[in-house]
Design a protein around this ligand. Structure first.
Ligand code: AMP
Length: 397
């Protein structure tokens, strides 16, 4: 359970409240193509409006690398938030983020007003957690609320540095929800607890595998990372993705699973291609029997069945990472099968951001999941068992 103060523990009437949100949304020609993160931020904003605060929203967007980039301005977000909230969200356009325009906009606020500052990463100090910009942000407000789970694994001015210069720093509802779901799933799961890991690399999920082996009943490994495990066990993997530096690690994890009594499920068959392209020649072969000129691009049908069966009997499932190269329709079937299995199970299902969240939403299973995290990197670090700096910086209860 979260031991941090939340927006329910403070009184914001008449106070200036700086709210760090995660409005890092995909944009195409100035149009927001996925507004899940905006919708997810609304409960906290609405609560602060209802309580009579003066709400100053801030966020980063993309990687402008410390200078104003018009295509990464948060102006379209202010416009869309205005529609979603049914009340004006004034955009405080300001290349310095906390420059004269922003300060004037804050000064003019009445209780219940909402403004949005410019992209915090227009300032080079932001990602360095520099003192000056942290102080500038703090100077705008009486109270700080962090509701940006997507950046909680980073220590930046707008989510960590700023808290050094305000007396009251709490978390918002989204942050609370993310931590409650992920935390309960990992530390207090209803069993059987099944974790499904996929994606490209073992190296990016080493600590996740290691940590989850202490917690789960079943660990499923698919996607590109499974070929390192296959090779480590003496399998032939052709040109499949493999990290030779992690073969020993893979064997250690297989041993750890045995020692812990964790059922480790690896693919028993693969859909392979003769090139890394959607239209290559493809065939299904048993795992570990991939010809020299072929590469594994998806799990095979037998594997889909075994993985789906494991999910059927689960009470808690956490999923992070696709089962294959799902961006290519001919190699998306494995990832789709897992999404469907999760949609059909009665278990608590938690999707750890990033590609798996996108896949579940695109396939139309979003509303069948218990919780879809808004933070890919942050949820991975959570699954690693790490403390997130953005959460740690908030006041304790
Ligand atoms: P990650 O960011 O580590 O979760 O990896 C996601 C990426 O892994 C996606 O872009 C997938 O296309 C890729 N991926 C999944 N399975 C494979 C595979 N068998 N071979 C190559 N790439 C894969």
């Amino acid at each position: 359970m979260l031991n941090k103060k939340t927006v329910d523990d403070i009184n914001v009437k008449g106070k200036k409240v700086l709210v760090r949100c995660d409005f890092n949304v995909p944009l195409q020609n100035g149009k927001i193509t996925d507004e899940n993160r905006l919708v997810a931020a609304l409960p906290t904003i609405k609560k602060l409006i209802a309580d009579g605060g003066r709400i100053i929203l801030c966020s980063h967007l993309g990687k402008p690398k410390g200078e104003p980039k018009p295509e990464l301005s948060l102006a379209p977000v202010a416009a869309r938030l205005t529609e979603l909230l049914g009340q004006e969200v004034k955009f405080a356009a300001d290349p310095e983020v906390v420059g004269p325009n922003a300060k004037a906009a804050v000064e003019a606020m009445q209780d219940g007003d909402v403004i949005l500052l410019e992209n915090t990463r227009y300032r080079v100090e932001e990602t360095k957690n520099g003192d000056a910009f942290s102080q500038e942000l703090a100077s705008l407000c009486d109270v700080f609320v962090n509701d940006a789970f997507g950046t909680a694994h980073r220590a930046h001015c707008s989510n960590v540095g700023v808290t050094k210069y305000v007396d009251t720093a709490v978390v918002g509802y989204l942050m609370q929800k993310e931590i409650d779901f992920l935390g309960n799933a990992v530390d207090n799961p209803k069993r059987p607890f099944v974790a499904i890991l996929g994606g490209a690399k073992v190296s990016s999920k080493i600590s996740v595998i290691n940590n989850l082996l202490d917690k789960v009943d079943v660990l499923i490994i698919g996607g590109g990372m499974s070929y390192t495990f296959s090779k480590a066990q003496g399998g032939k993997i052709g040109k499949s993705l493999c990290e030779d530096d992690y073969l020993q690690y893979a064997l250690e994890m297989i041993k750890k699973a045995e020692e812990k009594g964790v059922k480790l499920l690896l693919p028993v068959d693969s859909k392979i291609g003769d090139a890394f392209s959607n239209d290559c020649n493809s065939q299904i072969v048993p795992a570990g029997e991939i010809g020299d000129d072929w590469q594994g691009l998806d799990i095979g049908p037998e594997t889909e069945k075994i993985f789906a069966d494991a999910v059927k009997d689960a009470k808690t499932v956490v999923w992070n990472g696709p089962m294959g190269c799902f961006e290519m329709p001919n190699f998306a079937h494995g990832t789709e099968a897992i999404a469907k299995a999760l949609a059909d199970t009665d278990a608590i299902t938690i999707i750890g951001g990033g590609d798996s969240a996108a896949a579940v939403n695109i396939l139309g299973y979003g509303d069948k999941m218990t919780h879809i995290s808004t933070g890919g990197g942050a949820s991975l670090e959570f699954l690693e068992g790490k403390e997130l700096p953005g959460v740690a910086a908030a006041n304790d209860k």
